[in-house]
Design a protein around this ligand. Structure first.
Ligand SMILES: Nc1nc2c(c(=O)[nH]1)N[C@H]1C(S)=C(S)[C@@H](COP(=O)(O)OP(=O)(O)OC[C@H]3O[C@@H](n4cnc5c(=O)[nH]c(N)nc54)[C@H](O)[C@@H]3O)O[C@H]1N2
Ligand SMILES: Nc1nc2c(c(=O)[nH]1)N[C@H]1C(S)=C(S)[C@@H](COP(=O)(O)OP(=O)(O)OC[C@H]3O[C@@H](n4cnc5c(=O)[nH]c(N)nc54)[C@H](O)[C@@H]3O)O[C@H]1N2
Ligand code: SF4
Ligand SMILES: [Mo]
Length: 673
């Protein structure tokens, strides 16, 4: 008899890769969480951060929250006593019902994001909040809402991307404002490297994917729309645009073309910082086609991020890069495209009345107002690390008036502020489904271990809260197996068990071209270069050839993108990952360091009107002059300052969808005395 069993499951993190995992359980109890060698993406290796954390803190009861807990000390001190589930759910439900009767259900706010992207643990809790009538912080407003809004105006859809399998037929892959070497490590390592296409990266930072590319355009942050217009200028000049496609499938090109003609590379070079020759080269390579455009998330986290997206997304329209293999763009491949019905998952029909929503950028102001907010429930999210205006947020979370329930597998800065902390099971401990957002596949998340201590999956936690609240609607209590089978059937699979035996399946056996039928789900059925819907919402009808003003003298533009060692704020809980992270640094171009009289390794103070933070200085020409780079999402409580980079983030909104313009933060840097 074998002395080990292997369970194949899927990583459900907010990551393009959605790796297949093999959990090896030895008879003596030893567990190893490894990359599944048979999985097309992971090919036997997890990324560095998961390889450490999934075999470290995620298996360590001392690192986890394992029991429901109730606050005993002052708010924010993180002192709790363990209680039973029945007591926790009864007390929480009673408090919520009291708030509903005295202040209205809309004063109960919940906020959640992508701690897990699995479907039940990410979506099922909405059934409870719909029944309760709670208000919601718009999830995407902390991440990518501007890009979604822009693509919806133009293409009618933002979650229908290219099929990565069509890369075999692409002559060019243009990665614009994404850093696969950190945020999609297996696409960096395998998918990009194996494609014969020429690779172009457009990013202010020379990250490893940019360094490996055939061409890197290291533009100044927030100048992407100007660059896109200059590339279009070259395409028009060199007659590389597809006029037949434009005539038939787009509206507004005739209005746009005169503007493009004014936007020469000579005009764009000083604005973007990219030499004329490189703009021409990038346009020529892209224009040869077929070309894939990977629209990252970084470029839309700018004050004019919506406009940036509309301008960059003109490229495939102008060159007819659709409906053929190796052509198209990708922002995200969503679940709906595969047939997943989010209304089934989230049951919005359980809600009476309209849902109140705010942007994450308005969270502090809302929580500070007792008429608007009496309670907060945080799940799948760590706002105390990830959100802007950190000092004020921590202050309002410390207010005894605000009733706060936090649900997490780990004791985070956010759970430290809560009145009740509920232990979430990790993805290794329950069945679920993963709908990857890069590849057009579907994967099973299969229970490999028993939940640690008394931890429960999110969906079960909200069933218990619904029961304690005395609700009766059957949707609130549907069991996992029934919901998983229904979701599998929605995507054309037999049931969960059959998917689990395969691990991951491609939804379409053959690669599918993007917008194969050239029917765009916009009001006109065409690509709306000129958008009446955008104009009706107060935006320009056309994308604009604009760029953000450069920072005033002395100020630096601070970028804080994804770290290679963290998944947002996740994995800070693992001491070995913390060791890899080392001191929190900021990287400057040598010219700026010389101008400011700073040396490598100096302790510097980054400051602006929102806050200040001590950082260790690194000097490297991976960033252009005028730009500072510091990766996001340290746990504030692990630093002496009890703060991270978001202490400097005022929470400025993008032009569209009130989303986060986090990469527009400006700071001064001075040497610590
Ligand atoms: N400065 C700066 N700030 C940023 C960004 C930036 O670029 N710069 N990026 C922003 C972006 S893109 C995003 S998406 C946000 C992300 O910010 P958050 O959504 O706060 O992401 P995480 O920090 O990973 O928090 C997810 C939490 O979910 C928990 N979790 C994991 N699995 C489960 C589960 O099954 N159940 C429950 N209940 N919890 C679980 C994890 O332990 C973790 O604490 O941060 C934003 N903040
Ligand atoms: N390892 C790891 N992987 C992750 C995450 C993580 O925290 N760590 N987070 C996950 C989440 S929530 C998300 S949203 C994705 C994000 O993944 P990505 O789409 O890769 O987005 P970011 O990491 O925010 O930024 C990507 C790049 O945008 C660049 N950028 C910033 N401003 C501009 C600009 O004005 N123009 C251009 N062209 N580029 C700009 C940054 O320099 C950065 O290199 O990654 C996911 N994967
Ligand atoms: S975080 Fe991404 S790269 Fe790492 S194991 Fe999960 S899916 Fe793979
Ligand atoms: Mo994100």
């Amino acid at each position: 008899m074998s002395d080990k069993t292997i369970i194949r499951t899927t990583c459900p993190r907010d990551c393009y890769d959605a790796c297949g995992i093999a959990v090896v359980k030895r008879a003596d109890g030893l567990v190893k969480v490894l990359g599944d060698p048979e999985h097309a993406v992971s090919r036997g290796a997890l990324c560095g951060k998961c390889a450490i954390a999934y075999n470290g803190a995620w298996l360590d009861p001392k690192a986890r929250v394992t029991r429901p807990m109730k606050r005993v000390g002052p708010k924010g001190e993180g002192r709790f006593e363990a209680i039973g589930w029945d007591q926790a759910t009864a007390e929480i439900a009673a408090r919520l019902k009291d708030i509903v009767s005295r202040h209205g259900a809309e004063t109960i706010w919940h906020t959640h994001y992508t701690g897990t992207c699995s479907l039940l643990a990410g979506g099922f809790p909405q059934r409870f909040f719909n029944r309760l009538g709670a208000s919601e912080v718009d999830p995407d407003s902390i991440c990518n809402a501007a890009g979604h809004a822009a693509l919806q105006y133009m293409y009618g859809a933002s979650d229908v991307g290219f099929d990565p399998r069509t890369a075999k037929d692409a002559n060019c892959i243009l990665v614009w404002g994404a850093n696969p070497s950190a945020s999609a490590p297996h696409q960096h390592k395998h998918w990009l490297k194996e494609a014969k296409a020429k690779k172009i990266v457009i990013d202010p930072v020379r990250h490893p994917t940019a360094a490996d590319a055939d061409l890197h355009l290291q533009l100044f942050p927030g100048s992407d729309a100007a660059l896109a217009f200059a590339m279009l200028h070259v395409l028009v000049r060199e007659a590389r645009i597809d006029r037949a496609f434009l005539d038939k499938h787009t509206v507004g090109w005739a209005e746009l073309e005169p503007i493009i003609i004014r936007c020469s590379p000579d005009w764009a070079a000083p604005i973007t910082g990219i030499p004329v020759g490189k703009i021409e080269e990038a346009a020529t390579i892209y224009g040869e086609g077929p070309s894939l455009l990977w629209l990252g998330q970084g470029l839309q986290r700018q004050p004019t991020g919506g406009n940036v997206f509309r301008a960059v997304a003109l490229l495939p329209a102008a060159t007819g890069n659709f409906a053929k293999s190796g052509a198209g763009f990708l922002y995200l491949n969503g679940g709906a495209r595969r047939g997943i019905d989010s209304d089934y998952l989230e049951a919005p029909h359980l809600r009476h009345g309209k849902k109140r929503k705010i942007s994450h950028m308005d969270l502090v102001a809302t929580l500070s107002d007792a008429r608007k907010a009496q309670a907060l429930i945080t799940w799948n999210i760590n706002i105390a690390a990830s959100n802007p205006d950190q000092a004020r947020l921590h202050r309002v979370l410390r207010d005894e008036r605000l009733f706060h329930v936090a649900i997490d597998p780990f004791p985070t800065d956010t759970t430290d502020f809560a009145d009740y902390v509920l232990p979430a099971a990790s993805f290794l401990e329950f069945d679920d489904l993963v709908s990857p957002y890069f590849h057009l596949s579907m994967s099973a998340q299969v229970k490999a271990l028993e939940p640690m201590g008394e931890a429960l999956p999110n969906q079960e936690i909200f069933r218990r809260l619904a029961r304690a609240a005395g609700y009766a609607e059957p949707e609130l209590f549907e069991d996992d197996r029934s919901a998983l089978d229904t979701l599998c059937q929605q995507v054309g699979l037999k049931d969960f068990t059959s998917l689990a035996t395969k691990g991951t399946v491609d939804i379409w056996p053959e690669p599918v071209p993007q917008f194969a039928d050239l029917a765009f789900p916009t009001p006109s059925g065409k690509i709306e270069i000129a958008s009446e819907a955008a104009a009706a919402d107060g935006h320009p009808r056309l994308p604009q050839p604009i760029a953000d003003p450069r920072p005033r003298d002395g100020l630096l533009r601070l970028l804080s993108p994804a770290s290679v060692w963290l998944m947002n704020s996740s994995y800070n809980e693992d001491p070995k990952v913390a060791e890899k992270l080392g001191a929190e640094t900021v990287t400057l171009n040598p010219a700026d360091a010389a101008r400011l009289g700073l040396a490598d390794g100096d302790t510097v103070i980054a400051a602006n009107e929102t806050g200040r933070l001590e950082l260790r200085l690194g000097i490297a020409d991976i960033v252009p002059a005028g730009v500072a780079l510091s990766h996001k999402s340290r746990w504030p409580k692990l630093s002496r300052q009890r703060a991270n980079i978001n202490a400097l983030n005022p929470g400025r909104k993008t032009d569209m969808a009130e989303s986060s313009a986090v990469h527009s933060v400006e700071v001064t840097l001075t040497k610590k005395a």
